[in-house]
Ligand binder design. Structure first.
Ligand SMILES: Cc1ncc(C[n+]2csc(CCOP(=O)(O)OP(=O)(O)O)c2C)c(N)n1
Ligand SMILES: [Mg+2]
Length: 338
């Protein structure tokens, strides 16, 4: 009765304690990866210029970009006294690695269909500050526009939307649970078009409490959507508290595996080199009949001591004193503030 096997695996995954078991264990990555060879290539990085699709910034430049993005996030949220700094700071390395090194993309002119390019969909749309900062600093629009974040008539709405026509945004997100389905659709469209590029998607861990996510997981595995790389921001936190206090996710690697996905575990999603290495490793694992997921452990609020490791800065703006304290911790960079 082979059809019963997935259910048995799922049932056993649900009953297991949250530890890493089964095949997921085999793909656990070392805490720090050796520096990939391509990262030693040193090229000038000019964030105001559109990236050459084959361009790869070196790790020093990516680190500087990450430092500037953190400053941008805190300043954007402080400026309008609203927004989501916690998840944004925690996912900074992911966005910098993706847009600065992994994606083949063409910021200008931005083409909605992105034929011949890699596509990215942000499912946990509330962490828009990090995405907007990275989009601006990799050439999608002027960094000065970050000043308009969450202002009336701005293209930089609190949750990304296509209505305002912001380059880089291909679908509205923020109503949690939908982005995975959109990314799967885009990946299938690429397959139908004979386009060999990849589709990437980021989702929150709390977001996985949405039932639609699990329907999407089943669908992607069933249809062998193997040009898709999903990353989960596994920060263990959500709007009201730790995941475990709201609805525990249990053994996440075993669950994804039971749903038919190839599972990679990234132990430190705030280690830039590890994020780059894992995304590249994930690309090498595509095309084998399974969708790929990176379960990426991050620390919410990473980089600002009083925001770090707690849900309390999920969606809260710093006051003047907190802003100054954060800015002292986030050193200025040669890229300059917006
Ligand atoms: C469908 C839906 N329900 C509820 C919300 C409200 N909401 C916004 S963020 C959030 C928590 C999401 O947790 P997680 O995905 O872990 O994001 P993190 O707090 O780690 O940034 C919730 C419940 C929403 N945006 N969409
Ligand atoms: Mg979370």
């Amino acid at each position: 009765m082979p059809h019963v096997a997935p259910y048995l695996a799922f049932a056993s995954a649900m009953s297991e304690k949250p530890r890493f078991v089964g095949d997921a264990e085999k793909v656990i990555l070392p805490k720090s990866l050796p520096l990939p060879r391509f990262l030693h290539i040193t090229q000038p990085f000019n964030p105001s210029q559109p990236l050459n699709p084959h361009y790869m910034a070196d790790i020093t430049q990516l680190k500087e970009l990450a430092a500037q993005v953190r400053r941008d996030i805190v300043r954007m949220v402080f400026n309008c006294q609203s927004g989501h700094p916690g998840g944004s700071l925690g996912c900074t390395e992911f966005f910098v690695a993706l847009y600065g090194n992994v994606l083949k993309h063409k910021p200008k002119p931005f083409k909605m269909e992105g034929k011949g390019q890699d596509l990215f969909f942000l499912s946990n749309g509330h962490i828009s500050p990090v995405w907007y900062s990275v989009l601006a600093r990799t050439g999608y629009f002027d960094v000065k526009e970050l000043n308009t974040f969450r202002k009336i008539n701005s293209r930089l709405q609190g949750h990304p939307a296509t209505h305002e026509g912001l380059p880089g945004v291909r679908v509205a997100s923020g109503s949690l649970g939908q982005g995975l389905s959109v990314a799967i659709g885009a990946a299938l469209a690429k397959r139908l078009d004979g386009d060999p590029r990849w589709v990437f998607c980021l989702t929150g861990d709390g977001e996985l409490q949405e039932g639609q996510c699990w329907e999407a997981l089943l669908f992607a595995a069933h249809h062998k959507v193997d040009n898709l790389i999903v990353t989960v921001d596994w920060n263990g936190q959500q709007i009201d508290g730790p995941n475990d206090a709201v609805i525990g996710l249990g053994n996440l690697p075993a669950k994804w595996k039971a749903f038919g996905w190839d599972v990679l575990l990234l132990e430190n999603g705030n280690d830039l080199e590890a994020v780059v290495g894992t995304l590249r490793r994930a690309k090498r694992r595509t095309g084998k009949g399974k969708p790929v997921v990176i379960l990426m452990k991050t620390e919410m609020g990473y980089g600002v001591d009083f925001m770090q490791g707690t849900h309390k800065w999920h969606g809260k703006a710093p006051n003047q004193e907190q802003f100054e304290s954060a800015m002292k911790q986030l050193a200025e960079t040669s890229l300059g503030d917006f």
